[in-house]
Design a protein. Structure first.
Length: 249
């Protein structure tokens, strides 16, 4: 994504649905789109995705960044794979392995029963490597410094959770949940219930409220955009952004 000609232009404003690639932080996505826009244009995101995760990220641009707080708290749908028999310090396969254990002889029905037991409102500790704060400092800063990470329970709601397929030690799933749900924490609870540990192998955010990944801009498509095309996309997003805000009111 190259920088555009940043001469005097009217402000750019709107919403962009972006399909975040693996390995990027949410901040990386914000920075990349900021480079595409006139100098000084604000860009913000409405819900962090871990670097391992791919999928839907809502970006707000220009004056619309003032709506970030109002766009928080939307329900999410995730799909991905969880690996049984392993526990890591991050809750996903990018972390340091803490323990490996034999995977018991489980079938898809047993896993589904476990997932069904986690439906409803839950209080689950946030992952040690997360941006949740304690005394003004993100938990991951404690973890990286080798300091004991304070336990910070997070309230979330699991509306539906389906086990789709099993190829041991991995199973594929789809989760519908409230904002603030850490799939890494849920995976660890599943591992505890099955007695073998578990960690996130892959994760993809497919939906945020009524916004779908099918409507999101991929990185490859974003690289092909010039500023007029990007401005047009942002302007055309305004009615849908308004509808989302009205539905939340």
């Amino acid at each position: 994504m190259s920088a555009p000609d940043n001469g005097a232009r009217p402000h750019v404003s709107g919403m962009m649905l972006f399909d975040k690639p693996e390995g990027w932080t949410s901040h990386d996505a914000v920075a990349a789109f900021r480079r595409m826009l006139p100098a000084g244009t604000k860009v913000g995101h409405c819900g962090t995705l871990d670097p391992l995760a791919t999928g839907l990220l809502i970006l707000l641009v220009g004056p619309c960044t003032r709506l970030q707080a109002r766009m928080q708290g939307l329900d999410k749908v995730y799909a991905g794979k969880i690996r049984l028999g392993i526990s890591t310090d991050t809750g996903d396969v990018t972390g340091k392995v803490l323990e490996t254990r034999p995977v018991p002889p489980v079938d898809l029905a047993r896993i589904q029963s476990c997932l069904d037991g986690l439906r409803g409102t839950l209080d689950i500790p946030a992952p040690a490597y997360s941006a949740v704060k304690h005394k003004g400092k993100a938990l991951y800063k404690y973890a990286r410094a080798g300091i004991a990470v304070p336990v910070k329970p997070r309230t979330c709601t699991v509306y539906a959770w389906s086990a789709i397929s099993l190829a041991s030690p991995d199973f594929e799933h789809r989760l519908t949940c409230s904002s603030g749900t850490y799939v890494r924490s849920l995976a660890e609870v599943v591992g505890q219930k099955l007695g073998c540990g578990a960690t996130v192998l892959t994760l993809r955010r497919e939906r945020i409220a009524g916004f779908r990944i099918e409507d999101a801009l991929t990185l490859e498509a974003a690289k092909r955009l010039d500023l007029p095309s990007l401005r047009c996309l942002l302007t055309s997003s305004l009615p849908r952004l308004g509808e989302a805000l009205a539905a939340k009111s």
